[in-house]
Structures are given as C-alpha cells and as structure tokens.
Write a protein that binds this ligand. Structure first.
Ligand code: FMN
Length: 320
C-alpha cells in the first residue's frame, strides 16, 4: 500500500520496516471497504534519501528486525492495572487534540525555566498505568520500564538523581542492581503509590549532557530521563520481548511529550546516548537492566527557523 517495497527507490542499507497500520475512522472498516482500499491502483514516486552517507553499515538493524518478529512469542494477558488513586488535573482542562497537534520536539532549552514540584509529580504520576486511562490502558502488559531522573530545575526538589519505579514488584531487584550508596529516600510531596525515590543529591547537568552524546538538551532542561528496562526478564518471553521494551519506552516518551505541552513546557526524545556509561554511573554490572531511551523536558528556546501552519494550509485556496 505504501510502496515501501519498491526496489531501487530505497537504499538497501536503510529499508523501511512498518510496525503497524492504523485505521482512523468511526467504527471498524468493513472487509469490503478494506479490499477496495488495498486493490486501488497506486503510483509512487521519488527516492528515499540516505540518513547519512557516512554510515552505510546498518546490517545489525535488519538482523534484529528479522530476529524479533511477532510469530516467535506467546501473547500475554492484558494488564489489569493496579488500584492507585485517580490522576489529579491541577485544575487543567485542556483539549487533547490541540495538545497533540501543537506538540513538537524542543531543539534547545533555555537553561533557566524551572517547573513547580506539583506539576513534576503529576507528570510522573501520569506515566503509571491506570485501568481505562489512555495511553497506558492500551498497553497489554505490566510495566517493564522504570525511570532514572536527572533533576535540574524543579522547585522545592533538590537537584540530583531520582528513580521512578513504575514496575512496583521490581523495587528490590532494582535496588540490588544499583549502587549500594544510593539513598532511596522518599520525596516530599510525592504520594506513596508513585514509587518516586531520591538516589543521590547533586548537580546532574553535566552527567545528563555527557551521557546523552553531549547534547545540551539533556542539561538545559528541567529534568532528563533515562528509561531503564527489565531486560533479561523481558527476553525470557521470546524475541518479541525486545521490541516490546522499545514500544513501552516510546509510549512513555509520547506521554511525556503531551504532558510537557500541557504544562507549558516542551519535551524531546533522546535516542543518542551512551548506554554503557549510563550503566556505569548507576552501578549496573550485568544485563538485568538496560537503558533503552532517554528524554528531556524543560522550557524551550523557540527556533525562529521553524514556522507552524495549520494542516493543509497550502491547499486553502483549492478546497471547496
Ligand atoms: C526515538 C526518538 C529519538 C530522538 N532522539 C533525539 C536526539 O538524540 N537528539 C535530538 O535533538 N532530538 C531527538 N529526537 C527528536 C527528533 O529529532 C524529532 O522528534 C524529529 O525531528 C521530529 O520533530 P517533532 O518531534 O517536532 O515532530 C528524537 C525523537 C525520537 C522520537
């Protein structure tokens, strides 16, 4: 349908690998409607550009893609979610569609904006699964991903390293794997169900920056995140477990993008980071825990080179 199997228009080093097709509409499409859609003749034009001419050997990605296809794993039961208090809303009454449309990645943060503690805590609370509450209600597994937080600018919260234990049953295992000197101290103002702990106080800006491939966005924000996955345990479920960990990290990232917008801040996903060094900082010495994705949230510097227009604005004169 998408024409991404056209030989010659995609460099063999950078083939496309679709994960998901989504039907957007009211109700389910009928089989007949789908057949018409699939049978419709299409003309595709253009050649995909290369991400970078310097990096030609992406063969590891194709191998991993092949190795963790869905048919090799048994399905897990949907997560029931745990009985935790409902989310507060900080008096915010915002239109989800507007937030989704306005959400962008910050290309730089101002290094000054700080966020109120209550907003930070609520943002983290929104990353826990609750029955019937999107987006995590759509995730069919208990959490496998915990968060390490590099806190730089949150009012009434001492800068330093913190942990958000989303996967409640893993607390003891996580404590055993991380540095013995970590404090695991409760955080003032955080509700008990949140699983939020201070590990160590201190200026974490340089560490966050260095670990994230020396990107300033990790140090100039309010806080940065390293997502720590329950790696070995997930892989015992079969090869798809590996892919599912990335999906869960991605979902957390998307929730953070929207939560940041809702709070008048902005987020950026960070795919470039040094995982071995993250593990070293935390004292992780084996493959039980693995850092898979980073994120950062703060006060953005607007990029004057970018302009945002409404969707299809260029067709305005041509649509009836
Ligand atoms: C998985 C993922 C990893 C990313 N890694 C980085 C990164 O390391 N550094 C960075 O500046 N931006 C990073 N980004 C932000 C992308 O550059 C940005 O999402 C993309 O340019 C599209 O822009 P938009 O998010 O504003 O729609 C990442 C985004 C995602 C989703």
């Amino acid at each position: 349908m998408l024409g991404i199997d056209r030989e010659g228009d995609f460099d063999p080093h950078e083939l496309e690998a679709p994960d998901l097709a989504v039907w957007v509409g009211r109700g389910r499409p009928s089989d007949a409607a789908l057949e018409v859609l699939l049978a419709r003749p299409r003309t595709h034009r253009g050649r995909a550009n290369l991400l970078s001419p310097d990096h030609m050997d992406w063969s590891g990605i194709a191998l991993v893609d092949e190795a963790c296809r869905r048919d090799s794993v048994r399905r897990r039961e949907p997560s029931q979610g745990t009985a935790i208090p409902p989310l507060g809303s900080q008096g915010r009454e915002q239109d989800a569609a507007a937030l989704i449309r306005q959400r962008r990645s910050a290309v730089a943060f101002d290094g000054q904006t700080s966020m109120p503690r209550e907003v930070w805590i609520e943002m983290l609370d929104a990353l826990l699964p609750r029955p019937g509450v999107p987006p995590f209600a759509a995730w069919p597994q208990a959490p496998r991903v915990n968060l390490i937080l590099f806190v730089h600018r949150v009012e009434q919260v001492t800068p330093g390293l913190y942990a958000l234990v989303r996967q409640t049953e893993s607390l003891d295992r996580l404590r055993q794997s991380l540095r013995a000197e970590f404090q695991w101290a409760p955080v003032d103002g955080a509700p008990g169900h949140l699983g939020l702990y201070r590990l160590v106080e201190g200026d974490a800006r340089n560490a966050a920056r260095a670990l994230s491939c020396h990107q300033d966005i990790a140090g100039d924000s309010c806080f940065a995140v390293a997502m720590l996955a329950d790696f070995d345990a997930a892989l015992t479920e079969g090869p798809l477990g590996y892919r599912a960990l990335f999906w869960e990290c991605g979902l957390i990232g998307q929730a953070l993008y929207l939560e940041a917008e809702a709070s008048g801040l902005r987020g950026t996903g960070i795919g470039c980071f040094f995982d071995d060094t993250v593990h070293e900082l935390l004292g992780i010495q084996d493959t039980r825990w693995q850092s898979l994705y980073h994120f950062t949230v703060g006060g953005p510097v607007e990029d004057a080179r970018l302009r945002t227009e409404s969707a299809y604005a260029h067709l305005a004169g041509r649509l009836a």
